[in-house]
Write a protein that binds this ligand. Structure first.
Ligand code: DAS
Length: 355
């Protein structure tokens, strides 16, 4: 069969292009996106609906298909683990997600993992994974403040950043990370500080770095124990104990604590200022402690409580624990994970200093 020189040149060029695309795909890192719902998978009635919309509507394959830029960064696969708004996350959901992250992290053909998540409890899930998944591979939790249907939606860039970080060698060993609004935060510290701005997430000691146009710029690294150095292992955890949170406020009655302590292994008291506890509430907490419930003093101060032992309350005398700089919801996560083992208050306090 006669083939013109022009056709042969064209065919050779096409073959070269196909080979280079294939070679690029083979050398790109493999990143799995585990989707759980939230606003990043949300949809509103119109582009003007940036704050009123339904969360957890768009499936992960559609999220990936809507972001073709990802294919230049990594070979990306999606898995729909859950499709919920994150305020409805349960302990069972945490275990399901954590075990899947751990299984993927053990696979030789997975280089990094991204978890898409609602922003309301994102900080809790990120810290849970940070404490329990034994891997040095990057795990990045990401959400968005506006649904993809809204004007100036932030989810696409946040997800692009998350995949970039998950695909990066220099993100290894830093524990679980969170990419929001161009910043890279540690899952230990990051918390939702405001619910209407795209700059919603803050860390009390600042972000670890920035990501700009797919490049990471690091400024610090976490020093507390996490992932590879953690004594807790998601593969060994089959259930999480009940830990509840009591809130401190003016005129708070003792019944606010009495009502919620039942059946709990620990109670986190979200106190005012330096984790202070109203005089009416102290006896109720002491009673719980006498009944074997651990009492953990934390602070309700937004993005920056700092609770010191024996300041405000005699923790040594009462056999209480302080959460130090962990906010109440993160203190609850650490207490649940720690109390999967029987611990004295002193041992639990050691965990709170180390993690
Ligand atoms: N309700 C929120 C959630 O799913 C929406 C969000 O993702 O910001 O957490």
């Amino acid at each position: 069969m006669y083939l013109s020189p022009r056709f042969r040149a064209f065919a050779a060029g096409a073959a070269l292009l196909a080979a280079s695309v294939l070679a690029q795909a083979q050398t790109l890192p493999n990143v799995v996106i585990l989707a759980t719902g939230g606003t990043i998978a949300g949809a509103g009635a119109s582009a003007a609906n940036s704050a009123t919309y339904a969360a957890a509507k768009v499936p992960v394959d559609k999220l990936i298909a809507g972001l073709p830029e990802l294919s230049k960064v990594a070979s990306v696969k999606g898995e729909q683990v859950l499709q919920i708004a994150s305020e409805s996350f349960t302990n069972e959901d945490l275990l399901t997600l954590g075990k899947r992250v751990s299984a993927l992290a053990k696979q030789g053909d997975v280089d990094g993992i991204v978890v898409t998540h609602g922003t309301d409890t994102l900080e809790e899930t990120a810290y849970f994974l940070h404490l329990t998944v034994h891997t040095d591979k990057p795990i990045v939790v990401v959400g968005s403040m506006r649904p993809g249907t809204a004007l100036s939606a932030d989810g696409a860039l946040n997800l692009y950043d998350a995949v970039n970080v998950a695909a990066s060698q220099d993100a290894k060993g830093k524990g679980v990370l969170v990419t929001m609004n161009d910043e890279i935060h540690t899952g230990r510290d990051v918390a939702k500080a405001i619910n209407i701005k795209t700059e919603a997430f803050k860390s009390q000691w600042g972000p670890l770095g920035m990501i700009v146009e797919g490049r990471n710029y690091w400024f610090r690294a976490p020093v507390k124990r996490h992932t590879m150095q953690s004594e807790f292992d998601i593969d060994q955890i089959t259930a999480l104990p009940q830990v509840d949170i009591a809130y401190g406020y003016g005129n708070v009655p003792a019944s606010s604590v009495e009502a919620i302590g039942k059946g709990a292994k620990a109670i986190v008291h979200a106190g005012t200022g330096n984790g202070s506890v109203a005089n009416r509430v102290v006896p109720a907490l002491q009673k719980l402690r006498e009944g074997g419930v651990q009492v953990i003093r934390s602070s309700r101060v937004n993005t920056g409580g700092f609770v010191l032992r024996n300041a405000e309350q005699p923790d040594d005398k009462y056999d209480w624990v302080v959460a130090h700089d962990l906010n109440p919801q993160k203190a609850r996560i650490l207490a649940m994970v720690a109390l999967t083992k029987p611990l004295s208050a002193a041992e639990l306090q050691r965990v709170f200093w180390e993690y």
